[in-house]
Ligand binder design. Structure first.
Ligand code: GTP
Length: 336
């Protein structure tokens, strides 16, 4: 099966990390995010992935110069301007010539890491004769997602993007879809079109959209909190055997405390410092007595002596936190 992977967004919620690296090329423990996503698709029968690129497309081509990622063939297409999620699907479908042999294809958001069994999605899609089928996941607070209401057989009766409370359901669009080629004809060309706001609501109204309720491992790693969670889940063994967080090529002083954190190759954690619930990217330096709590320190960044960064602070690549500073939920540099 062929898949279109949407990876052209600006990733504004992860700025300043995404000012220098596109979101799906940010590291998740030991590999770029995209490799976790593509290897999951490859395990479930996807053998060709069309990358729908836009923002910082060169970073992807440089990382996979031989056109393969996690054992899967890649095809790169680039929008000259962002066409939004549905516009990107149409552009990628046409630019990669997927229509040459029209068949069911998969679409996934590039920041969704999931254990979804695609064959289960395909079973429902085929049995229902659906035009498109969406994977749904159940969440506590659906207000910031696309909420999907189905009948008992799985036909979608309502698709409401970011509903005001009370939400009509706790089952949300999990960002993986199967589509028939006819969906492409529903997407206007040459302008921004959102699959969540335009295409799916129209299909729900026509009765051609289905959805599979399937609770499995799932994280949309697009916010500071979930980007960190995607990594800590690997340490906690929520996706297979618990992984080690500290790279063998990092330097952690015996007098430092590193708890439930990722410390990547070439990072230095000095004596008397504390790193807890955080990710310290390659080449970053945590100076003596500094504390990094529930935060991300970008590559080659420095947290100065005695500084404290906490509560979802993001430090951009190569940036510096002054010695003794105290930051909570901050962005460095701030203007980002
Ligand atoms: P934020 O700016 O933080 O909302 O991130 P984002 O730009 O990535 O947007 P969002 O997470 O809502 O997008 C969902 C998926 O669609 C991500 O994988 C994006 O990379 C991708 N995406 C969003 N807009 C476009 C677009 O215009 N073109 C392409 N090719 N992909 C897009």
């Amino acid at each position: 099966m062929q898949a279109i992977l949407l990876v052209g967004g600006f990733g504004t919620r992860l700025r300043p990390l995404t000012l220098t690296t596109p979101k799906q090329m940010l590291p998740v423990l030991d590999r770029p995010m995209i490799e976790h996503v593509v290897s999951g698709l490859g395990r479930h029968g996807v053998d060709r992935v069309v990358l729908a690129l836009g923002y910082q497309d060169d970073a992807f081509r440089a990382a996979y110069p031989d056109g393969r990622c996690a054992g899967v063939e890649l095809c790169c297409v680039v929008e000259s301007e962002p066409l939004d999620t549905a516009g990107a699907i149409r552009f990628a479908y046409e630019a990669s010539d997927m229509g040459a042999v029209p068949s069911t294809f998969l679409v996934a958001n590039g920041d969704v890491i999931t254990g979804l069994d695609v064959s289960e999605l395909l079973r429902l899609h085929r049995a229902a004769g659906a035009e498109a089928t969406i994977h749904l996941i159940e969440v506590e607070d659906p207000s910031r997602y696309g909420v999907v209401v189905t009948n008992a057989g799985g036909r979608v009766t309502a698709f409401v993007e970011k509903p005001s409370p009370p939400a009509p359901s706790r089952w949300i669009n999990a960002g993986t879809y199967l589509m028939e080629p006819s969906v492409i004809g529903r997407i206007a060309s040459g302008r921004r079109v959102s699959v969540e706001r335009e295409v799916f609501p129209a299909m729900a109204a026509d009765g051609t959209l289905w959805a599979l309720r399937h609770n499995t491992y799932w994280v949309d790693a697009g916010t500071p909190e979930t980007y960190l969670r995607a990594q800590l889940d690997l340490l906690d063994g929520r996706r297979g055997p618990a992984a080690a967080g500290v790279s063998g090529e990092a330097v952690v002083d015996p007098g430092a405390v590193v708890e439930r954190s990722v410390v990547m190759a070439g990072a230095v954690v000095a004596a008397g410092s504390v790193v807890r619930g955080s990710a310290v990217h390659s080449g970053a330096v945590i100076e003596p007595g500094a504390q990094v709590l529930d935060s991300v320190v970008g590559s080659e960044a420095t947290v100065g002596r005695g500084a404290r960064v906490a509560d979802g602070t993001l430090i951009g690549e190569g940036s510096a936190v002054a010695p003794g500073a105290a930051l909570s939920g901050a962005r460095v540099p701030e203007a980002a």
